[in-house]
Write a protein that binds this ligand. Structure first.
Ligand SMILES: Cc1cc2nc3c(=O)[nH]c(=O)nc-3n(C[C@H](O)[C@H](O)[C@H](O)COP(=O)(O)O)c2cc1C
Length: 343
């Protein structure tokens, strides 16, 4: 039985960022759980890595890589830590994290608050490697050369990462998303390619959901030409679908249920642009097994979530994995790979 329904009223009595810090602190004290086992039909290989369940934790929950093993123990098939920037930075002034309860959504304008790559590297070097750990890298807000920050991230974090994610899609670092534009993207991905160590981890690219016609083809081409191993679709949105919560006008990136439709549409556009030539990882508004199944059927090899966990607790990863295993057997499929792009 999940304890989260009992704990949620206490967590929700705190402001959102205090609740988050308390959660990380509690998880870092908890005894290490063994890795859970999942239905064998959920195991897949993506970018040369073996994923025991396709349901992962999205970046931003464990920015400083403090609790990846706890999150795997709680039922995530893989965990992405970060975004980590080369140098530590404080992020935006508080408050900067808002729960939109009535909308089952979150708005954040954290601004890559993190303790920097060296501290995270040190922490991750001490851990026994198990499960699939992704490290999401970004650029410092005041960096004079943002591409150099990604190059530094690739060099610094490769030794401890099972995969790296190049995150150019956060709306909370002014100008960062310009790296998604034509020439800049190609320049960035070429630099990343040159920085990759021999036998280094695969590199994924995380994009925003706020793209325009033509962007999908261009991004897929730039990614394929430069050896990107998967696309993560998508980050938070700066758009504002209709919302009812009182904090709906806060500035920042919106995630959770109101992002669901947009993220699914963007996934479909990337699938049709790529024709399945590059693996896709779906994220945005996934809150149950039906949502996860829809993304997989639309072409996602893996899914990630964050906001739904705020409302449902970490047990949601396991629930979705179990629901996917049931859907597979109902559909007469023997492995999750058969479901990818099946619709
Ligand atoms: C509080 C918060 C912080 C986030 N920080 C990051 C981040 O540092 N790097 C990143 O790539 N995505 C970050 N994200 C985006 C999530 O990884 C994810 O792409 C987005 O929230 C959509 O998924 P969801 O609807 O399941 O939350 C953050 C999201 C939230 C809610």
């Amino acid at each position: 039985m999940s304890l989260y329904p009992l704990l949620r009223p206490f967590a929700f009595a705190l402001d959102a960022e205090t609740a988050h810090r308390a959660t990380i602190a509690a998880l870092s004290l908890a005894p290490r759980l063994p890795l859970p086992s999942f239905a064998p039909a959920l195991t897949s290989q993506v970018a040369g890595l073996r994923f025991p369940s396709p349901v992962g934790l999205a970046a931003g929950f464990d920015k400083d890589a403090e609790v990846p093993d706890a999150m795997m123990g709680l039922g995530f098939g893989f965990v992405e830590v970060g975004t980590l920037t080369p140098r530590p930075q404080a992020g935006n002034p508080k408050p900067r994290l808002f729960r939109l309860k009535e909308d089952r959504a979150v708005i954040n304008r954290m601004g890559f608050n993190n303790g920097g790559q060296a501290a995270a590297l040190n922490r991750l070097q001490k851990r026994e490697r198990r499960g699939v750990l992704g490290v999401n890298i970004g650029a410092n807000k005041d960096s004079a050369d943002r591409i150099a920050d990604y190059v530094a991230g690739v060099s610094t974090m490769s030794p401890v990462a099972d995969y790296l994610t190049v995150n150019i899609s956060s709306p909370n670092t002014p100008g960062l998303r310009n790296l998604q534009a034509g020439g800049e993207l190609v320049e960035l991905l070429q630099a990343v390619r040159e920085a990759r160590p021999p036998n280094g981890p695969p590199v994924f690219l995380k994009v925003a959901p706020d793209l325009e016609v033509g962007d999908h083809d261009r991004i897929v081409r730039a990614a394929s030409d430069n050896g990107i191993d998967a696309l993560i679709v998508a980050n938070t949105t700066v758009s504002r679908p209709p919302l009812i919560s009182s904090q709906r006008d806060e500035l920042g990136g919106l995630s959770g249920r109101p992002l669901k439709q947009l993220a699914l549409e963007q996934l479909r556009l990337f699938r049709s642009a790529s024709g399945g030539s590059i693996p896709l990882i779906a994220v945005g508004g996934i809150e149950n097994a039906d949502d996860a199944w829809d993304r997989i059927a639309a072409g996602a090899s893996l899914v990630q979530l964050y906001s739904a966990m705020v409302y449902e607790g970490p047990g949601i990863a396991r629930q979705i994995a179990d629901g996917l295993a049931r859907r597979l057997s109902q559909s007469g499929m023997s492995n999750i790979v058969e479901a990818v792009g099946s619709r």
